[in-house]
Ligand binder design. Structure first.
Ligand SMILES: CC(C)(COP(=O)(O)OP(=O)(O)OC[C@H]1O[C@@H](n2cnc3c(N)ncnc32)[C@H](O)[C@@H]1OP(=O)(O)O)[C@@H](O)C(=O)NCCC(=O)NCCS
Length: 258
């Protein structure tokens, strides 16, 4: 299996795995000081409507790309609807496909608890991109891209009051890259989680934080385009790489407009 020797992901802190579903939003949870009492990320998650994604770069996505991603073989013929992609929330039935996508494009495996947290935690969100033609099908669709993120109080080290979104993972299937799909997923996750944190406030931006493998210059270029900058390097940040790399991470941060 070929995967890129990059690590763009942030390992989900153990506390996130252990947190009861809604505990972060209730009582004296750590999100209280950024979330107004009327705001619930759960409601935003429930109300998330699928969004059509149209590649802004006409002609750069081969019409056969979705079928190729699904079967691993060149498509016999192009179908018009294969160019259309829908961005929607992760469902339980998508977990195997998302896990396959992440495992084959990232140098570490995520445990089931990672996906369980994304499905249940009120402060986390996972959006996926699937062929629009598959949305009415009963079988789980091929997943062309996914992003996961967690909203948390402002970083403990800078004591800022700006809500902070941690990008946990972002992967686009090789056949769907450089079409703006990652940009769309990134903007949507920031808009949804950030919008929840900003509800009832005059908040116009959120802080976005992530770690990316130091050798993953492509992903760093992507995040720089989105307004993030390298703030420091963390040796040994990634400890469970399949190939034994030292796992040095670049920490990137930036303020992103809502
Ligand atoms: C990094 C990754 C998510 C980018 O996804 P993508 O859908 O191809 O990105 P987009 O098409 O939205 O790119 C938007 C812009 O980011 C920049 N960019 C994206 N990938 C880049 C790369 N490999 N090298 C340089 N710049 C890049 C470009 O400026 C691009 O605009 P352009 O295509 O008009 O030049 C994708 O390559 C990927 O999944 N890689 C493997 C997993 C990974 O590294 N994930 C990192 C996320 S933490």
């Amino acid at each position: 299996m070929q995967f890129e020797r990059w690590l763009p992901v942030n390992e989900l802190p153990a506390v996130a795995f252990m947190a009861p579903t809604d505990s972060l939003l209730a009582g004296a949870g750590p999100l209280d000081f950024i979330l107004p009492p009327t705001c619930s990320i759960s409601a935003l998650r429930r109300g998330f409507q699928p969004i059509p994604f149209h590649s802004p770069i006409a002609g750069r996505v081969p019409p056969s790309s979705v079928e190729e991603a699904l079967t691993g073989r060149p498509a016999k013929r192009a179908r018009r609807e294969e160019k259309e992609i829908t961005i929607r929330m992760l469902k339980r039935a998508d977990v195997d496909a998302v896990s396959d996508l992440q495992d084959s494009n990232l140098p570490l495996s995520y445990p089931w608890s990672f996906y369980a947290t994304l499905l249940t935690s009120s402060s986390s969100l996972c959006l996926i991109a699937v062929p629009s033609s598959s949305t009415s099908s009963a079988t789980p669709p091929p997943v062309l891209g996914c992003i996961s993120a967690r909203l948390s109080p402002a970083s403990l080290d800078d004591l800022s009051t700006t809500p902070t979104i941690h990008i946990l993972s972002l992967v686009i299937a090789p056949s769907a890259r450089r079409t703006g799909l990652a940009r769309s997923l990134f903007k949507e996750v920031v808009r949804t989680l950030g919008g929840g944190a900003a509800a009832g406030k005059s908040q116009k931006e959120v802080q976005v934080i992530l770690h990316v493998l130091a050798s993953n210059t492509g992903a760093q270029a992507f995040y720089k385009k989105e307004g993030l900058e390298e703030v420091r390097r963390v040796r040994g940040h990634y400890r469970r790489l399949r190939d034994g790399e030292n796992g040095e991470a670049v920490e990137m941060r930036g303020l992103v407009k809502l």
